[in-house]
Design a protein around this ligand. Structure first.
Ligand SMILES: [Zn+2]
Length: 186
């Protein structure tokens, strides 16, 4: 990514950046100190790169489609029908493999999963989908996840990749509709 900095006398404070093709155009006040400018430019750059990577990832695999298929396969006979409103990659998760918001029915999974075998990625999706029904790591939750046959192997794989395994002590402390905590971070 190329960076073009335009310093403006008129601009008193604040900076903004936009992307034009592969060039980031930054507008800054003329009197901003160089080191401060570079720091802010770096942050803009990171933000744009993250956004770009995310876009590329979602083009490569259609997570919504995969999610739909897994839902058909593993959740078609649950008592409460499962609904997933959105699923996407997140580039902000490096230690956690997924976040599920059971109230909004949204799922975000770590972008690192895109480079892992499909059966590992699928495990995480099943895991997060199960959290929409069970926002905890209770026995009921693991029973749902256990429908996916490669669960244990996938957990081992993720731990080996440096992800912290789900906390086994986090059992039954959250129930659906408790209203306290809608997000389950795994
Ligand atoms: Zn979990």
């Amino acid at each position: 990514m190329e960076v073009k900095i335009i310093r403006s006398e008129k601009r008193k404070r604040g900076m903004d950046a936009r992307l034009l093709g592969d060039t980031m155009i930054v507008r800054a006040p003329s009197d901003i100190p160089e080191d401060k400018l570079q720091k802010i430019v770096e942050n803009f750059k990171k933000r744009f790169e993250r956004r770009k990577r995310k876009k590329e990832l979602s083009r490569k695999v259609n997570l919504v489609e995969i999610c739909h298929k897994l839902k058909e396969e593993y959740f078609n006979n649950v008592i409460n029908p499962l609904e997933v409103k959105s699923i996407e990659y997140s580039t902000e998760q490096t230690r956690k493999w997924g976040v599920c918001n059971s109230r909004n029915k949204t799922i975000r999974i770590s972008h690192r999963l895109a480079e892992m075998p499909n059966w590992v990625r699928d495990y995480v999706i099943v895991h997060e989908m199960a959290h929409i029904l069970q926002p905890n790591h209770s026995k009921k939750f693991w029973k749902l996840v256990g429908r996916y046959k490669l669960s244990e192997r996938a957990r081992g794989y993720l731990i080996a990749k440096g992800y912290k395994d789900t906390d086994e002590s986090d059992i039954e402390n959250k129930t659906p509709n408790s209203g306290e905590q809608d997000e389950t971070i795994c």
